[in-house]
Design a binder for this molecule. Structure first.
Ligand code: ADE
Length: 236
C-alpha cells in the first residue's frame, strides 16, 4: 500500500512514522509513505497557499489550486488512482470500520488543511471523502493524518503477525477490549484474577468476553449490538 500526505509542514512527520507498527510496515515494504510539500505546487514565487475568505471574516483559507495541481502531478506518476481523503473537523467520524476500509486501498492520499479552512471546492471536487478524527478542532490535519496512517497500517495484511491482535481490533467495532494483566500475579496486594492463572482456556475466554461486555456497557453503550446491550446474566 502507498499513502501520500499533502501538507505545508512536511517536516512534521519526520519522527512519527519511524517507530512501532508503522515503522515495521515500512521496513517490510508493506507500506510506502510519501510526504509531499503543498507549497511546491503554489503558483507564485512566494509559494502562497492561502488567501482571504470571500464574504469576509477572520483568518485565511487555503487556496484550491495547489491541492489540485499536487494531486494531478502525483496522479500522473502513478498507474493506479489515489483514494483521496481530506482531513477536516467537518468530516465523517473516523472509526475502526473506516480504518479497515482504507486499508484495502492500494493508493491513499491524505490532504491536510490548515488555517481557518480549505476552499470548499477541494472537499467537493477533489477529495472522495472528508474524515474527522473526533469532535474537537485541531490546528491542522497533520495530527489527524498521522492517526489515520497508524490505524490503517496495522490492518494491512502481514503488518501485524497472523496472531490474535488484528482479530481483536475488529472486535473493537462492537466492544472495548478486555483488561490485560502480566506478572507479578500479586503487585502491592492487587492480585490478578484467579481465572487467568487457572490454565482453563475456555473459562479465560468466557471471562474476557464478559469483562469486555461489562466495560462496554458502562463506558460505550453506543457500540453494543441489541443482544449484547441487554446485559442478560451480567454481574457487575
Ligand atoms: N483538522 C482540524 N481538526 C480536525 C479533526 N478533528 N479531524 C481531522 N482533521 C482536523
Amino acid at each position: 500500500m502507498k499513502i501520500g500526505i499533502l501538507t505545508i509542514f512536511p517536516n512534521f512527520f519526520d519522527g512519527v512514522f519511524q517507530f512501532g507498527v508503522v515503522g515495521q510496515a515500512r521496513k517490510k515494504s508493506l507500506l510506502q509513505i510519501e510526504i509531499v510539500d503543498l507549497r511546491e505546487f503554489a503558483e507564485d514565487s512566494h509559494r502562497t497557499v492561502d488567501d482571504r475568505p470571500y464574504g469576509g471574516g477572520a483568518g485565511m483559507v487555503m487556496k484550491p489550486e495547489p491541492f489540485f495541481r499536487a494531486v494531478e502531478s502525483l496522479t500522473r506518476a502513478e498507474q493506479e488512482a489515489f483514494h483521496i481523503a481530506l482531513l477536516s473537523p467537518s468530516g465523517a467520524q473516523f472509526d475502526q470500520r473506516k480504518a479497515k476500509e482504507l486499508s484495502l486501498k492500494t493508493r491513499l492520499l491524505l490532504l491536510c488543511g490548515r488555517y481557518e479552512g480549505v476552499d470548499h471546492r477541494v472537499a467537493e471536487r477533489l477529495a472522495h471523502e472528508e474524515i474527522s478524527i473526533g469532535d474537537y478542532v485541531l490546528s491542522g490535519g497533520e495530527l489527524a493524518a498521522a492517526v489515520v496512517v497508524d490505524a490503517v497500517a496495522r490492518l494491512i495484511p502481514g503488518v501485524v503477525g497472523e496472531g490474535q491482535s488484528v482479530l481483536k481490533d475488529s472486535f473493537m467495532e462492537e466492544s472495548l477490549a478486555h483488561p490485560q494483566f502480566t506478572r507479578p500475579a500479586d503487585f502491592r496486594g492487587w492480585r490478578v484474577p484467579d481465572v487467568l492463572l487457572s490454565g482453563d482456556h475456555e473459562a479465560i475466554r468466557k471471562w474476557r468476553e464478559e469483562q469486555a461486555l461489562q466495560q462496554t456497557r458502562r463506558r460505550r453503550p453506543d457500540l453494543l449490538t441489541e443482544s449484547n446491550a441487554a446485559g442478560e446474566g451480567e454481574q457487575s
